[in-house]
Structure formats: structure tokens, C-alpha cells
Design a protein around this ligand. Structure first.
Ligand code: FA5
Length: 337
């Protein structure tokens, strides 16, 4: 190959490398000139047939072409990469963003928040207590005699050290009165645990809202009035509240509290098992023995206490027919709230 032809190839190769407008086009230029079957290789092959005097010049021209072209290809590659980073089509700012979706508030948490708002408006503050309790706070101080059936390991989850998972939120009453002199007006929402067999209205892990109002002249009429007012705030003025005589070791007298079924308006349906009523909680006037256990003077104070089932209230509020739906974590169910 003649030197002037090599010079022409040299110029063309550098121009093509400079003008390549994509990584693919640049690779094509590299292959055309620098690969094993490329034009630089053709120049080298022509050495064999060239006049011996021309050979050094041809060899040097080919080497210069290879070095300069390699350099030009590398520089062009960097330029193209830079341009792709700053203005390439990888990021289209006109596309709508991806919506990761928001979680929803669990109906049990929502019910606790709703109840707490109502009780706060009635002058209650919110107190708290541990899930792992001593037998003293869960039973003894609440006037449970030694052989009381609720203490049985078949009903209560005991830990190895003799502590237990609280079976109700009532031990918070004990802790709060031990730490605060009267008057007291608190609610205590929280988890509770029992070895109950799960069914449509029972779970072995559920929630209660404890209430305690202790002052100097609190009566059963206050308890009935306050819980009836609470029910009307939660479920509307049409809800009816029923108090049935009952027994709890820590209240005297004691009642069970039913709300008329919000789902059927009291006519009878699946949720209320056709009765028109749903048992929501237990309540009563605090037993004098409890005051003695916490260091209050039973002659100086009177008070009421209640414990409401949160899941039961969520069920009638939302028309949920089975408590287990609240614990299956099916997102299709939970997303409705
Ligand atoms: C009590 O737990 C008493 N501590 C309530 C109380 C407090 C009485 C203060 C007097 C003074 P009881 O075991 O009835 O009472 O439970 C109260 C409510 O918790 C029930 O009415 C029901 O709504 C709910 N509950 C009880 N067991 C379960 C369960 N296994 N699953 C779901 N909810 C339950």
C-alpha cells in the first residue's frame, strides 16, 4: 500500500471516530480499522509485497495510525458516556411518579384512638401498664382469692419465673392507684391474653380499655351515665346500653355492659348472634378490698371501674362478623379501614 493511500485512510479513520454519534457506531469504527480483519491489519499485510525501501515508512505510518485512532476512539467513548449521563433518555421527568401506597390504620388501633378521644373529652387521662404482670397486680390486689379459677394455668399464660401475661387491663388500676393519690380518672388501653378457644367473638390475644374513676362521691349512676354517654358518642344517639348484674371479685356491685347491635339496629343478625345485643365489657363499683390493697382509705373514697373489649367494639362499629378477621393480616381486609 502506498504512503499517500495510508495517509488518506488515516484521515478518514480519525474523522469517522470523531463523528461517531453512538457507542455502537464508535465500536463499528474500531472494528473496521483496528480488529484482526481491519484496515490497519491490511496495511501491515501489504508490507510483504512492498519494496524493501518503502517498508519502514509503511510500518511507521501503520503504527501511528493505530495509536492515534485508539486514542481518538477512547476519547470519543468518554465524551459519549458523559453526554448520556447528563442528557440521555434514562430519566423522563414527565413520567408520573410511582405510588408506593400508604398503609391504613388497623381497626383495633383506630378503635382505641377513637375511644381515647371520647374519654379524654370526658376528663379522663390515658395511663399504661406492662403486658407481663405479677400475680399480685393481676389477681391478689384485685381481690381474687387463692383458688380463683381465673388463676388456673389452663386459663392464664404463666412465664417460667411465675409472672404472667395479664388477663385483663385491671392491674393498671392497681399500679396507678399505688402511684397516685385520689382523685383518679384514667383509661388504660392495652393488650390482654387468655387461654380462650378462638371463635367468632373470642381470641387468645385481645385488647381492653380499662376505666377507673375514684373520688369522694362517685356512684353507680355516674358509671351508667358515663358509659351510656360514651356509647352514644361512639355509635350515635340511637345506641342502647344495657347493664346486667354480674360478679367480679374487684367490684361490688358488678355489671356486664351490653350495647345494642350497631349492625342490625337491635333487630338480630349474625354479628350479635340474633340477640340484638353485644357484650362489650364488665364494670362495677371498686371493691373496698382493692382500696386497702393499694393503700387508699376505703372509707374516704368511692369509685367505679370498667373494662371494655376493643375488638368487640370494632366489630360492631365496622360490622365485622368474625374477630379472627382482625388477626389474619389479610391486606384486602385491612385496606378497607
Ligand atoms: C374483665 O376482664 C374485667 N377485668 C372487666 C372489669 C374491669 C370489670 C373493671 C369490672 C371492673 P371480662 O372477662 O368480662 O371482664 O372481659 C371484659 C370484656 O373483654 C368482655 O366483655 C369482652 O368484650 C372482652 N373479652 C373477654 N374475653 C375476650 C376474648 N377472649 N376475646 C375477645 N374479647 C374478649
Amino acid at each position: 500500500m502506498q504512503p499517500d493511500e495510508i495517509a488518506r485512510i488515516h484521515e478518514e479513520a480519525l474523522a469517522e471516530a470523531r463523528e461517531a454519534d453512538s457507542a455502537d457506531a464508535l465500536e463499528a469504527v474500531r472494528l473496521k480499522y483496528l480488529s484482526r480483519k481491519g484496515l490497519v491489519q491490511d496495511i501491515m499485510a501489504s508490507l510483504k509485497t512492498a519494496a524493501p525501501a518503502d517498508r519502514p515508512a509503511i510500518g511507521q505510518a501503520a503504527n501511528r495510525l493505530r495509536a492515534e485512532l485508539l486514542d481518538a476512539v477512547n476519547r470519543r467513548r468518554e465524551k459519549l458516556a458523559e453526554a448520556a449521563e447528563t442528557s440521555g433518555p434514562a430519566f423522563d421527568i414527565t413520567l408520573p411518579g410511582r405510588w408506593p401506597g400508604l398503609g391504613s390504620i388497623h381497626p383495633v388501633s383506630g378503635m382505641i384512638a377513637q375511644c381515647a378521644d371520647i374519654f379524654r373529652s370526658m376528663g379522663f387521662t390515658v395511663a399504661d401498664g406492662p403486658d407481663i404482670e405479677t400475680a399480685f397486680h393481676n389477681f391478689d390486689a384485685l381481690n381474687h382469692p387463692p383458688g380463683h379459677p381465673a388463676r388456673d394455668p389452663r386459663d392464664t399464660f404463666y412465664l417460667e419465673d411465675g409472672t404472667l401475661l395479664r388477663t385483663h387491663t385491671s392491674p393498671v388500676q392497681v399500679r396507678y392507684m399505688q402511684a397516685h393519690p385520689p382523685p383518679v380518672r384514667i383509661i388504660a388501653p392495652g393488650r390482654t391474653y387468655r387461654r380462650d378457644t378462638p371463635d367468632a367473638t373470642h381470641s387468645s390475644n385481645f385488647h381492653q380499655i380499662e376505666g377507673l374513676y375514684v373520688a369522694d362521691r362517685v356512684s353507680l349512676a355516674d358509671l351508667k351515665g358515663d358509659l351510656t354517654y360514651f356509647a352514644s358518642q361512639l355509635l350515635g344517639a340511637r345506641v342502647q346500653v344495657r347493664f346486667r348484674p354480674h360478679f367480679f371479685p374487684f367490684t361490688e356491685p358488678s355489671v356486664e355492659v351490653d350495647f345494642s347491635c350497631h349492625v342490625c339496629g337491635g333487630q338480630g343478625c349474625r354479628v350479635c348472634k340474633q340477640s340484638g345485643w353485644i357484650e362489650i365489657g364488665g364494670a362495677g363499683m371498686v371493691d373496698p378490698n382493692v382500696y386497702t390493697a393499694v393503700g387508699y382509705d376505703p372509707e374516704a373514697v368511692t369509685g367505679y371501674a370498667f373494662g371494655l373489649g376493643v375488638e368487640r367494639m370494632a366489630m360492631i362499629f365496622h360490622g365485622i362478623p368474625d374477630i379472627r378477621l382482625l388477626y389474619e393480616n389479610d391486606v384486602r381486609f385491612l385496606a378497607q379501614f
